[in-house]
Design a protein around this ligand. Structure first.
Ligand code: NAD
Length: 292
């Protein structure tokens, strides 16, 4: 049976409340998207300062969305009321699905999954938005492997159509079906992938991005490379895309692919140099381009 066949999927109405851990670039985007589609959303952050920054991110995304959709002030407030950013994980104890979008470090994520396994109801699905880490490694930190999967959104969340639903070793069919239903319910297109480095999209994308990084190092013009690939039909050039993704995030993904995609070692070195130099892409004000 094909998981991309809509008839194989129960439209997910049972999920009502979504917990999102981490209100950074991805968590805020995921939270806003779920709230747009009627879900009650609670985002959890590490401390009050981070929660304030998260609230600001979510509010900006909601306002932009409301303007884009010509929403009334009343509807915009109603949408904002469906999203809370808190510092206490207790506030998500009754969520039906938890999506983790915290730092890309396996030990930190495993600790979080251990805690979630303890505080969440035994039937709650735990999903990770990781781009480069093993979903299995997170599932193994819990006693509910069948309910753990990857839910890999792309950046920026509100624009990117595809979401990878990552099936780890123990993930069961019911969990995959519910996640497919959820992804469709929030207006995205799901694709089921295996829990292998880069999943599907990054595995095919990174050799292409890596070549562009190496061409820049060889002296090719950044702007020309991006313009030429755009005229080839890409919505964005490879270097613009890397700046959008974040060079630190890209480094993690490239490293996870190092054993299976050849030629990435010099790309890792280039990205590392830029990250060490504080050039992490759009979010830091400079990467391949300058933004301030
Ligand atoms: P980010 O740095 O913007 O946000 C991470 C947030 O998590 C921060 O606000 C931080 O305070 C918070 N956080 C860290 N530890 C926490 C904890 N223990 N509990 C609660 N909050 C915690 O990062 P991001 O770009 O949003 O990435 C988040 C995840 O999504 C990573 O796993 C990353 O690999 C993945 N991802 C990123 C992209 C991207 O393009 N940026 C795309 C797809 C997936």
């Amino acid at each position: 049976r094909s998981w991309t066949d809509p008839s194989a999927v129960i439209h997910e109405k049972l999920l009502r409340k979504i917990g999102v851990i981490g209100a950074g670039a991805m968590g805020a985007g995921i939270g806003q998207l779920a709230a747009n589609h009627g879900y009650e959303v609670v985002l959890v952050e590490v401390d009050e300062q981070a929660a304030d920054r998260g609230r600001e991110r979510v509010t900006t995304l909601v306002r932009k969305w409301a303007r884009h959709k010509g929403m009334s002030h009343a509807n915009e407030s109603e949408l904002l009321d469906r999203i809370r950013v808190v510092t206490e994980a207790d506030a998500i104890a009754d969520a039906d699905l938890v999506i983790e979008a915290i730092v890309e470090k396996i030990d930190v994520k495993q600790n979080l999954f251990r805690t979630l396994d303890r505080i969440m109801s035994p039937e709650t699905i735990l999903a990770t938005n990781t781009s480069s880490l093993s979903v299995d490694a997170m599932a193994n930190a819990t006693g509910r492997g069948r309910l753990v999967a990857g839910l890999h959104f792309f950046n920026p969340v509100h624009k990117m159509e595809l979401v990878e639903v990552v099936r780890a070793k123990q993930t069961d069919d019911a969990t995959i079906a519910r996640l497919l239903g959820f992804v469709r319910a929030i207006g995205k297109t799901p694709v089921v992938t295996a829990d292998t480095p880069g999943f599907l999209v990054n595995r095919v994308l990174f050799p292409y991005l890596g070549e562009a990084v190496l061409m820049v190092a060889e002296g090719h013009s950044i702007r020309d490379l991006d313009n030429q690939t755009r005229s080839f039909g890409m919505p964005m050039g490879p270097l613009e895309l890397l700046d959008q993704v974040g060079l630190d995030v890209a480094w993690h993904v490239a490293r996870s692919l190092d054993n299976i995609v050849s030629g990435l070692r010099p790309v890792l070195d280039q990205l590392q140099m830029m990250v060490d130099d504080g050039r992490m892409g759009k979010k830091s004000g400079s990467g391949f381009y300058r933004y301030r």
